[in-house]
Design a protein around this ligand. Structure first.
Ligand code: NIG
Ligand code: FE
Length: 414
């Protein structure tokens, strides 16, 4: 089955030659390869070919005219917590009255609030609540996504979350990576026995997760009031023994040492980075770890934005992700992440788009199949509404500029 899309205004992030296998970094981030007045052929679930309209083939079983529309590779959202139970708008109201995220967390709200709801919710209901969120972000252009556990904080709760993610992998055409975040917070009953909870993760949770192949990555919230550098190190090393690679939360609330412990453990990515300085930047420059920033969280919590300009100017790659979760950013809308990246962190639209395509795919280790428009890659892309220029996409922050979403070569409907 072949679908020919013709008269495309511009294909963005297109790779004519051998597809790249590494992140885009530093001053290269402002270049975004494009092909104007183009066609693209999908064969089954694969991008078979593309080229200029001057040599447009005529062997499509289905022919779509994309007059005025732009074609982008699907967003790769490498950091979400979209499996959760209920919502936390009560905390949102408290924050409008001046309470901080940390104060709410210290009083047993925040992650512990979501954990209580999750443990009261049966697996079937958790799946029912999570599937529409996944579908929603797919219709907003995301084609590959990482999803974390971390609202269980009990053996049963964490396994329940990871099993739901496993079911989502079967139910959705999207590419999904699972991350075990048992070390998201210390449960109340372990407040005076932190090591007891860490031992529960290491001795009870990790062996079952590895045995049932429930996660590819291990994450730790290494920050003030959550897990220390030493605890993080112990957890990441235990994860590695079970074949789980680190992707950690670091430097959101304080200069936590999280970047250093992440790099030391060869983390695939270190995420948040609202509070990093030159030391962390130098550490990252000498590593393969992807720095991932989450501007939606800075927006929703009213905290600092990561110093992205400084990072890119120093030569680092930067990845942008949504952090979709019920507490610090209840949104998986990547177009808004792009708007924030441009307006609040001084990124060019081209840099921001590199950050949510190629670099997002690198942060999920799936650039071989996603993240660019290249022959032989999965046909995950979207067509926009007509655009006067690339910048119209992050500029139009209140409108959905996406017209048609293709995942695995199939047009998706609401
Ligand atoms: O990435 N910072 C830690 N975890 C999430 C928030 C979790 C929550 O508040 O539910 C985050 O922002
Ligand atoms: Fe997060």
């Amino acid at each position: 089955m072949r679908i020919l899309i013709k008269d495309i205004h511009t294909i963005i992030q297109v790779e004519e030659g051998t597809p790249r296998t590494t992140a885009v970094k530093g001053s290269d981030m402002k270049y975004l390869p494009r092909l104007e007045k183009a066609w693209l052929m999908v064969k089954d679930d694969i991008i078979e070919d593309f080229g200029p309209m001057a040599n447009c083939p005529d062997n499509g079983n289905i022919v779509i005219s994309a007059e005025g529309k732009w074609l982008f590779p699907s967003w790769c959202d490498s950091h979400t917590h979209l499996v959760y139970a209920g919502s936390r708008e009560g905390e949102f109201v408290l924050r409008t009255q001046g309470a901080t995220y940390e104060e709410i967390a210290a009083q047993g709200g925040g992650i512990l609030n979501s954990a209580q709801r999750l443990n009261e919710t049966i697996e079937e209901d958790l799946l029912k609540q999570s599937l529409p969120r996944l579908k929603e972000i797919m219709m907003l252009g995301t084609g590959a996504v990482e999803i974390k556990s971390g609202y269980g904080l009990t053996l049963e709760g964490e396994l329940k979350m990871l099993r739901v993610i496993k079911k989502l992998k079967r139910l959705s055409p999207m590419h999904i990576k699972a991350t075990f975040l048992g070390a998201h917070a210390i449960p109340l009953e372990y407040k005076e026995n932190r090591q007891g909870y860490i031992d529960l993760i290491i001795k009870k949770m990790l062996p079952i997760i590895a045995e049932e192949k429930l996660a590819e990555y291990i994450d730790v919230f290494c920050d003030k009031g959550f897990f220390t550098v030493e605890e993080t190190d112990e957890l990441l090393q235990a994860g590695a023994k079970h074949g789980l690679k680190p992707k950690i939360h670091a430097n959101e609330l304080a200069v936590s040492g999280g970047v250093q412990v992440g790099v030391k453990n060869k983390a695939v990515s270190v995420d948040h980075l609202e509070r990093i300085g030159i030391e962390e930047i130098m550490e990252l420059l000498h590593s393969k770890t992807m720095p991932t920033v989450l501007p939606g969280t800075s927006f929703f919590l009213g905290i600092d934005y990561a110093p992205v300009r400084q990072m890119i100017n120093a030569g680092l790659p930067v990845c942008l992700a949504s952090d979709y979760n019920p507490g610090s950013t209840p949104s998986g809308r990547m177009a808004f992440v792009l708007t924030l990246a441009c307006l609040k962190m001084g990124m060019l639209p081209e840099e921001a788009i590199n950050a949510v395509t190629i670099n997002g795919a690198v942060a999920m280790e799936c650039l071989n199949n996603y993240g660019t428009i290249a022959r032989g890659k999965k046909a995950n892309f979207f067509l926009t509404k007509p655009l006067s220029s690339l910048a119209l996409l992050p500029y139009s922050y209140g409108s959905n500029m996406i017209d048609t979403v293709f995942v695995n070569g199939q047009a998706q409907n609401e």
